[in-house]
Ligand binder design. Structure first.
Ligand SMILES: *Cc1c(COP(=O)(O)O)cnc(C)c1O
Length: 440
């Protein structure tokens, strides 16, 4: 056995034992595919606990976390106001299936923070939010078809598992078995950042398109910001065609600004979906729109949508505590963007001294490093990255105590508990693994 191999086994001894156990009772040993490390090789590490910007794994190692539970923990792990809210709430009962006041409080706050929405419906995940949003768009417009963009991920419901980006891309099975042809035919695919591709679909499907769903700043093919004019063009096309523009802000909502991408880009969507940050680390999703659209939703209107645990008081208390913190301290968005820019500059400095082809994409507190020759502007260009190099990078950084997304098609999510010292440690880790010729 090589020394390197033995070192690795010692490093991940307990995680490795747990993974063997997990595989016997959980498919692939996990409850969500990207956690399994299939895209980077090796075995996942198991987490025992976390505080602020740090994860502690089951072998007792401390890791600097760049995924923050894939976005929700924007203020860091075990953030005291959120933990206190959840703990206090739990003592009074965790679920009733009967209305509670806290649902009004979080709804009022969300409606006040986000532009162009009057009402919001809470669900349990981003998947549910996006699935319900297109049902609402179809019910409202009385049309069947939707447009999505290659490389955008809107959760795992049938209509969206078509070139879905993220985990689905990672596994090279963009069209999952189990999605029927009947469902797939109503999902039309356009190219991100290519307004002509959208125009062509509108022309070929006149008066048939209920909604266009998009990640306004894509985060599931790495971070891919919209080109100037692209979303404006999309807004115009939707308005002209009586089609609803749906911004999937599951990732960007309450992360880029109080009002998410709509606010930052100054573009109004017709329906907005949320997840991740809105739940403060508990399972919450939501979708929202103006009254004229939301009144189509049951029980006010005919479009059915329901959930036993929707608006669950425990989840709402975490979400309310999180949104309250962000609403009271909006400078956090600025602080996060600065930290992300600092990381970007640091990585640039290290990588520009090498002959490794790379691209860094960044928007607010979302950032991704691509081992690509050419700019990453859509799914096709993102997919051209050097995946072998990405694997080496991921494992090299992990061995240095940096936990990055275990896939080349994911954005990093910075959390505000990260200090500049943590960022320096991260930049130095990259310098070290390059010095050790890990990326060759
Ligand atoms: C994470 C994500 C989803 C799915 O949310 P889940 O809570 O994982 O179901 C949908 N859309 C976007 C943009 C996401 O990033």
């Amino acid at each position: 056995m090589t020394l390197k191999k033995r070192y690795k086994i010692m490093l991940y001894k307990r995680s490795s034992e747990l993974f063997a156990q997990a595989k016997k009772v959980l498919p692939g040993g996990v409850n969500s595919p990207v956690r399994a490390f299939n895209a980077v090789g090796g075995e996942p590490i198991f987490i025992r606990e976390a505080q602020g910007a740090y994860l502690i794994d089951e072998d007792g190692r401390k890791l600097i976390d760049y995924i923050a539970s894939w976005g929700p923990l924007i203020l860091g792990h075990a953030y005291p106001p959120v933990i206190d809210a959840v703990t206090e709430r739990a003592k009074k009962g965790t679920s009733f299936g009967i209305p509670t006041e806290i649902e009004i409080k979080i709804a009022e706050l969300a409606v006040a923070m986000v532009p162009n929405i009057d009402k919001i419906r809470f669900v349990n995940s981003g998947t549910e939010a996006c699935m319900s949003a297109i049902r609402l768009a179809r019910g409202y417009t009385n049309r069947d078809k939707i447009i999505k963009f290659a490389g955008c991920y809107h959760g795992h419901s049938d209509s969206f598992l078509i070139e879905a980006g993220s985990g689905a891309t990672t596994f090279g099975s963009p069209n999952s078995p189990g999605v029927t042809q009947g469902t797939a035919k109503d999902t039309l695919l356009a190219r991100y950042n290519d307004i002509e591709s959208v125009k062509a679909l509108f022309e070929a499907n006149k008066d048939q398109i209920a909604g266009v769903i998009i990640e306004p700043i894509a985060g599931n093919m790495g971070c891919v910001p919209p080109k100037k004019g692209f979303l404006e063009g999309l807004r115009k096309l939707c308005t002209e065609n009586g089609t609803l523009l749906i911004f999937d802000e599951v990732m960007t909502g309450f992360r880029l600004a109080k009002g998410g991408a709509q606010e930052v880009l100054n573009i109004q969507a017709d329906i907005v979906t949320f997840g991740k940050v809105i739940g403060g680390g508990l399972p919450v999703g939501a979708f929202a729109a103006r009254n004229e659209i939301m009144r189509f939703l049951a029980p006010e209107g005919p479009v059915y949508q329901a959930g036993t645990l929707s608006g669950n008081p425990l989840a709402m208390s975490a979400g309310l505590a999180m949104l309250t913190e962000l609403n009271n301290n909006p400078q956090v968005f600025e602080s996060l963007a600065k930290k992300t820019a600092y990381l970007h500059e640091g990585f640039d400095k290290v990588l520009s001294k090498t002959d490794i082809p790379y691209q860094i994409n960044r928007f607010g507190s979302m950032i991704s490093l691509h081992f690509n020759e050419n700019p990453v502007v859509d799914f096709e260009s993102s997919a051209k990255g050097n995946l072998e190099r990405f694997k080496k990078y991921f494992h090299g950084m992990l061995a240095e105590g940096i936990y990055l997304p275990p896939s080349a098609f994911e954005s990093y999510f910075l959390n505000d508990a990260l200090t500049y010292e943590d960022l320096d440690t991260t930049i130095q880790a990259l310098e070290k693994i390059i010095g050790d010729r890990c990326l060759n």
